[in-house]
Ligand binder design. Sequence first.
Ligand code: ATP
Ligand code: MG
Length: 443
Amino acid sequence: MRLGPGRRAALALAALAAPLVWIAVHLLPPTAAAAAAVTALVAAAWAFGYGVDRRLADLLGVLRRLAAGDFAARAPELEGGLSAELNALAERVGRALTGLTRDKAQLEAVLDQMTEAVVAVDAEGRVLVVNPALSRLLGVDEAAARGRSYLESLRHNGISALLGAVLRDRRPAAQEVRIVAREELVFDAHAAPLLEDGRLAGALLVLHDITRLRRLEQVRRDFVANVGHELRTPLVSIKGFAETLREGALDDREHRVEFVRTIEEHADRLSKLVDDLLDLTAIESGHRAPRFEATDAPALCAEVVRELAPQAAARAVRVEVLPSAGVPPARADRDQLRQILVNLADNAIKYNEEGGLVELSVEPWEGGLRVTVRDTGPGIPEADLPRVFERFYRVDKARAREAGGTGLGLSIVKHLVEAHGGKVSVESRQPGGSSFRFTLRAA
Ligand SMILES: Nc1ncnc2c1ncn2[C@@H]1O[C@H](COP(=O)(O)OP(=O)(O)OP(=O)(O)O)[C@@H](O)[C@H]1O
Ligand SMILES: [Mg+2]
């Protein structure tokens, strides 16, 4: 078949369109590429329609389907290998689009699932992407933020400064930023330039939450400071009394024994402090995992009461174990349960008033059991209640110290109860006294 001039022009146009489409698909952003490719194909189709016979009309129909995004459409056989060329083109565009759509979906899924907050901006600082973690953190609406400057859409000084620095210097940068949401959170912010063929295309910023880490560091610093303080108090006293003795009090028959006794008392406090600290560390680091056995909790309560009788007598406090019924054997480490009970009963006696009462009771509780140590002491102020289980926390510092306390007893109790799978709680009324309760599982 011979080609007329119109068709030759059309063929030339189509031949031109092919590389244009190729360039568009490879070099332009996906949506622009698809639009350019389809426009070129439709232009070629229109050119073919200009001479028109039936097969070219069919070709136009196919190209319209391609334009509508149906890349499965194929052109009918035409002379000069033209339809083969167009079909190959349609397939390449279709494949490229499918690949891009899949990559985009994967990228979106990754960004959505990330716990780190992520934002990407273009070279002019307009927001390209904000992931859900960042939206939640800064209360930013993703759709509203996109296309707007990060300065006005993110409204966070630290983040803006970091993005600004990266866009200006084209070098990665990192700094700590704080964001006040419901509480103050601390983030390690990392930003890096996005480069395309050496040109700056934008910047990417990732926020990694390090609040927990910072809190742990603070707890450790406080702990070391507290231990230092607690050790210093008895040491200062021991040194003071030793000096007094050396500087002449050794000859003071009336007072020297009293001085030596005071030194002994402080040494006892030091050794109790060290023992409690080692105990707490061992429990916390899991080196004292409970050795569970079926334990008779009411009988153990009675044993502990007998053990503490001298202390109770010295303070004129009555200690009783209430009768219990239907209590199952506890799944407990006997020594550790004893330690829990001694600590709670010791507090109930120590912080009680003269002539006061302490009651220990055990009852069945949610398939296991619950132990209560109740006292008729002065009670604990409401504001202090949530903190009494913290290490070194003392309500009345002077009184607790005078009573020889290190402030570690209740935190040891809490750790031991939790290692047993139970929960510890406290209720207190002023006046009226306190009730410490903990649960245990049945054996
Ligand atoms: N039954 C109680 N009544 C009133 N206050 C209490 C009672 N039990 C504990 N407290 C308060 O809680 C603080 C913390 O108790 P905890 O047992 O942890 O430490 P401590 O008794 O001072 O020292 P330790 O138990 O190491 O000898 C106490 O200092 C005391 O102020
Ligand atoms: Mg105590």
